[in-house]
Design a binder for this molecule. Structure first.
Ligand code: NAD
Length: 324
């Protein structure tokens, strides 16, 4: 990767990925794009262009004018929002991806697109979910992700576009708020713990899902994009994960620092039904074998870092408020 264009760059992943890519490849080499503006560090740290990814011509021109050799395509509607707005989800998730693939084909770019653990389904083995397995998701988001995986494989086999991708689990971060996914409950629990010392979880106890801390996710994207192509048997949609936990497990990890933290439940039927269709714990051995994937953060290490960063932010905002 030398000159990179990121779509949906002001979302949860792009906000941190863009900053890291600029540290590695240089400020001007990384063009951030999004349909909205932002005053974040990501927006300030290098070139930005407004781009609606459903506009194929604009997409092509943005890639061409930046002379990009790599597209990181992150613009999408996430699981819970996609289920509430299925038509918009299809148009953005599939239309945007097709435009990304076409721009990559015409301008000879490498393309990264994330899939998700949502790409499985009720018939998929729930434990040790294999890399290659039954995929019959029942949600619009899951259907978009399976179709996206297949489209990326198609562009590689038919046009030799260098497509690569990861099946992300729920990603946890303190920098940018999550964008309407089902595992957002975990981020919300940390934020709530620091603000109020308690949390009402909309995902039920005993619902185990794969999670990964954002620094590991960022590292995995860069490692896969730099991986030796001759070692990649799968290319798209590698299973990656760092832990499998339920709300009680996160609460127990938080209580190591805050013994009085309280957790109760008010289940959201939409997000619970989405979570019930996802695996409990996926198997990431193909990623380990083909490009040496590893995750540094387990649950307790992630909790330590999340709480320390969130506490620092809340102290900072209290101090700023007192100064006003
Ligand atoms: P996000 O919702 O935080 O950000 C998406 C960004 O896309 C937003 O900044 C939004 O403004 C932008 N966007 C929306 N419509 C657009 C359009 N028409 N044109 C251009 N930009 C548009 O999402 P995220 O969490 O950063 O996820 C990025 C990708 O990773 C998605 O494909 C998502 O499915 C996948 N993923 C994320 C997670 C996770 O936990 N965050 C897990 C699995 C997969």
């Amino acid at each position: 990767m030398r000159r990179i264009l990121i779509t949906g760059a002001f979302g949860q992943i792009g906000s941190e990925l863009a900053v890291r890519l600029r540290q590695i490849y240089g400020q001007d080499a990384v063009m951030t794009t999004d349909i909205r503006h932002s005053s974040s560090e990501t927006a300030q740290s290098g070139p930005f262009r407004t781009l609606d990814v459903t506009d194929g011509k604009a997409f092509y021109h943005a890639v061409k004018s930046h002379q990009a050799d790599t597209i990181i395509h992150l613009a999408a509607l996430l699981s819970a929002t996609a289920e509430a707005l299925p038509m918009q989800a299809w148009q953005l998730n599939m239309g945007g991806l097709l435009n990304a693939l076409e721009a990559a084909r015409e301008l000879d770019c490498r393309l990264f697109t994330p899939s998700s653990i949502a790409a499985f389904g009720m018939e998929t083995p729930r434990f040790g979910t294999p890399q290659d397995t039954m995929q019959r998701p029942a949600t619009m988001y899951g259907i978009n992700k399976v179709a996206g995986e297949l489209l990326c494989d198609y562009y590689f086999h038919k046009y030799r576009v260098d497509t690569r991708g990861l099946r992300f689990p729920g990603l946890i971060s303190h920098a940018a708020p999550p964008g309407g996914g089902t595992t957002d409950y975990a981020v919300d629990m940390y934020v709530s713990a620091v603000k109020t010392g308690r949390f009402t979880s909309y995902i039920d106890k005993g619902t185990f899902l794969d999670l990964m801390y954002m620094p590991d996710a960022i590292h995995a994207v860069i490692k896969l994009m730099e991986a030796d192509a001759s070692r990649l048997k799968h290319r798209n949609a590698f299973n990656v994960t760092a832990m499998s936990v339920d709300p009680e497990g996160i609460a127990a990890s938080i209580r190591r620092h805050m013994p009085s933290f309280e957790l109760d439940y008010g289940i959201d039927p939409l997000r619970q039904s989405i979570a019930d269709g996802w695996p409990d714990a996926i198997d990431a051995s193909a990623a380990r074998e083909e490009w040496d994937f590893h995750a540094d953060y387990d649950l307790d290490r992630m909790t330590d870092d999340m709480l320390s960063n969130l506490k620092e932010k809340s102290t900072y905002s209290e101090t700023s408020a007192n100064l006003l």
